[in-house]
Design a protein around this ligand. Structure first.
Ligand code: PBG
Length: 329
């Protein structure tokens, strides 16, 4: 049927009508809020490039977590800023590491029962060189050794699961880490702990503000020998397939806004629950425009999140989680 019989505007006439025919929805419980845990007490150190985000000591993080629980947010994604860094990333796998300590505190707080506590698994925040694995010399060059890195990541995953993580989320991009982590978790009786794998994680300039937040910028070189080339959609699908075969329970795509086509393609290819990470640079970029009065904060934020859901993500990791949950309340 053509115009004038068909008039698409008929269904846009009122908010009630638009609401009835709306195809995509946002809900607080499909938002995940990242937190950066640091040592100390009473610490709430602002991250300059990420307005509203902080490095938090565990006592302050607990307050933040309770606020998230009250807002109906689905979960927290924990990152750690250790007091010391070394080549073995000791802080990532020691049982009294900052995230392990935080996890035990979170798990004792009944007010957080409905909040999933997700542990990011990577070593870049804990290594003195800032790479996501073990750096070894290869002739003239330094390389990140895949299999040695998987051994460290596995150790970290086991210690985080033992400390109470509800979900283990490896973000390092080493090959074979999902299988390695699965086997190690099962071997210590953590067969019920799911793995949310960052399947297609691109080497992206949009991680810049995070590296300020976590103090994890590589001291030399870059991450392009392990994170994906932004030009490659087919390779991203291979990465997804590989993680599925290795036993991932959920996948995560990252960044979001510059890679919506990748999210859509993964959705069509894979039946696992899938999240997308609206990364630090996406948040900072929008905030910079909000500060100048160039974009309307609430509508722009909600539109950015909706675009990610429409591309096919079931849930979204976002620094806007609290602000968006307030809008949705
Ligand atoms: C750790 C990790 C990074 C992010 C999440 N996990 C940084 C990186 O790869 O350099 C980035 C998140 C963000 O930018 O918000 N490997």
């Amino acid at each position: 049927m053509e115009f004038p019989t068909t008039r698409l505007r008929r269904l846009r006439g009122s908010e009630a009508m638009r609401s009835l025919v709306r195809e995509t929805h946002l809900r607080p419980d499909s938002l995940i809020y990242p937190l950066f845990l640091c040592p100390g007490e009473g610490i709430r150190k602002p991250i300059s490039s990420m307005p509203g985000c902080f490095n938090l000591s565990i006592d302050e993080a607990l307050k933040e977590a309770r606020e998230c629980a009250a807002l109906g947010i689905g979960g927290l994604l924990l990152f750690g800023i250790p007091s010391e860094k070394d080549e073995q990333a000791t802080g990532a796998w020691s049982d009294d590491g900052i995230v392990q300590t935080g996890l035990r505190a979170f798990k004792q707080d009944r007010a957080l029962d409905r909040l999933l506590i997700i542990a990011d698994v990577c070593v870049c925040e804990y290594t003195s060189h800032g790479h996501c694995g073990v750096v070894v010399r290869d002739g003239e060059h330094y390389i990140v050794d895949n299999d040695a890195s998987v051994a460290l990541l596995t150790r970290s995953a086991v210690s985080l699961a033992r400390a109470g993580a509800d979900i283990i989320a490896p973000s390092d991009m080493m090959d074979g880490r999902v299988a390695g982590i699965r086997a190690a978790l099962d071997a210590v009786g953590r067969d019920r702990t799911p793995i949310m794998s960052y399947s297609a994680k691109f080497a992206s300039a949009f991680y810049g503000p995070f590296r300020e937040a976590a103090g994890s910028a590589p001291q030399f070189g870059d991450r392009r020998s392990y994170q994906m080339d932004g030009a490659n959609l087919r390779e991203a699908m291979r990465d997804v397939e590989q993680d599925v075969m290795e036993g991932a329970d959920m996948i995560l795509m990252k960044p979001a806004m510059a890679y919506l086509d990748v999210i859509r393609a993964a959705r069509e290819r894979c039946d696992l629950p899938m999240g997308a990470y609206q990364v630090s640079g996406e948040y900072s970029m929008l905030h910079a425009a909000f500060q100048r009065g160039w974009l309307e904060p609430e509508r722009t934020m909600m539109e950015s999140l909706l675009s990610i859901r429409r591309a096919g993500a079931d849930f979204i990791v976002t620094y806007f989680a609290k602000a968006a949950a307030r809008v949705l309340a």
